[in-house]
Design a protein around this ligand. Structure first.
Ligand code: HEC
Ligand code: HEC
Length: 296
């Protein structure tokens, strides 16, 4: 895997035809103050990125209703890793999650399986998250729901976001729904969270004063530095990134997208990130769940 990962990186780097006008602003100590930078970025935005070698591809399982999965923006090497479960490093997390499913933990002496039975019964569940929890009225990402079952029903300690255990069990649950269309609701109790998520998506942030939409809608298919900008869909999470050398959640990915524009990242599990995830996952409705995906 190490070798493959490296050659994928090299191929991707070689594919970059030019650097972005904006790139200088990313480097430390760019010219001028924040305001000057902001202005430059605002002007540079329509031409934020260089035209990529990305060409629209035939409709496949990775493109639905005109929406393209991040898979189509990955290099052939990365795509090959995702396509072959034996090559996909995320399956270490799936296996860990499978072991956790049947492991008794907590004072109630129960495992997930004690109540939910076979994990296959979770098919169709993961693709509906984030959603409003009936018991609490809160907007739950899958990780919140898992912790709710642990603390309330198993009397077991919460799992911390981005730990091996949380990533294992959440990846395992999402994997049960692989191949099903993403299917989150923006109606009823979810409506208000959804609207706030949409606002967050369109809000400029950070020293660069750029919103999600600028990179992932107005510039998808273009390069920003060495990265080919995808449409920012959420149909492969939790996913393995070569750069992280591990599986990461949607919230972990957000830490990087926030940092890209020099905004202070929100903590994992925060309501802000979960609302954003609701909106972004709704934007991905209809695309097939690829969890666990692989990205560069
Ligand atoms: C300055 C540009 C930039 C901004 C602004 C930005 N991102 Fe990203 N984002 C990236 C890059 C680069 C990647 C990695 C390549 C790709 O998938 O586009 C990425 C990846 C992603 C992915 C993973 C897609 C996949 O299939 O793996 C999601 C989801 C995403 N971004 C959502 C967001 C959201 C939501 C926001 C707003 C909070 C945001 N991004 C803001 C640059 C940006
Ligand atoms: C003591 C019984 C019990 C245990 C143990 C338990 N759960 Fe649950 N779980 C429930 C109940 C009850 C619900 C709410 C009703 C439902 O949706 O099935 C629920 C709901 C869920 C849901 C949401 C289902 C949906 O349709 O949205 C997920 C996901 C879930 N549990 C995962 C887990 C995982 C993972 C574990 C182990 C870490 C676990 N549960 C342990 C009883 C339990």
């Amino acid at each position: 895997m190490g070798l493959k990962a490296r050659s994928a990186g090299i191929a991707a780097a070689a594919a970059v035809s030019a650097t972005v006008a904006l790139a200088s602003l990313w480097s430390e100590g760019g010219r001028g103050g924040v305001n000057a930078q902001t202005q430059q970025v605002a002007q540079a935005l329509p031409a934020l990125a260089t035209a990529g070698s990305f060409q629209s591809q035939p409709v496949t399982q990775f493109e639905r209703e005109g929406k393209k999965s991040g898979f189509l923006f990955a290099t052939p090497e990365t795509q090959a890793m995702q396509k072959d479960d034996d090559d996909n490093p995320a399956f270490l997390w799936v296996e860990h999650g499978a072991a956790m499913w049947t492991k008794v933990d907590g004072d109630a002496g129960k495992s997930c399986a004690s109540c939910h039975g076979e994990a296959a019964k979770m098919r169709g569940v993961g693709v509906t998250y984030p959603k409003v929890s009936k018991e609490t009225g809160k907007l739950f990402a899958l990780e919140h729901q898992i912790n709710y079952c642990r603390t309330e029903r198993m009397k077991a300690p919460e799992l911390k976001w981005e730990t091996q255990d949380m990533l294992g069990i959440s990846t395992f649950v999402m994997y049960q729904s692989r191949g099903l269309p993403m299917n989150v609701s923006n109606e009823g109790p979810a409506k208000q969270f959804f609207d706030e998520g949409e606002t967050l998506y369109n809000t400029r942030r950070g020293q660069l004063n750029v919103a999600c939409i600028h990179c992932h809608e107005l510039n998808s298919g273009n390069y920003i530095r060495a990265d080919l900008l995808s449409e920012g869909r959420a149909n492969g999470f939790p996913l393995y990134r070569l750069k992280w050398a591990r599986v990461g959640s949607f919230h972990y990915r957000m830490e990087e997208c926030y940092s890209q524009v020099r905004a202070t990242p929100e903590p994992y599990g925060s309501e802000e990130l979960t609302k954003l995830q609701l909106y972004v996952t709704w934007r991905s409705n209809g695309l097939l769940n690829e969890a666990p995906g692989v990205r560069r």
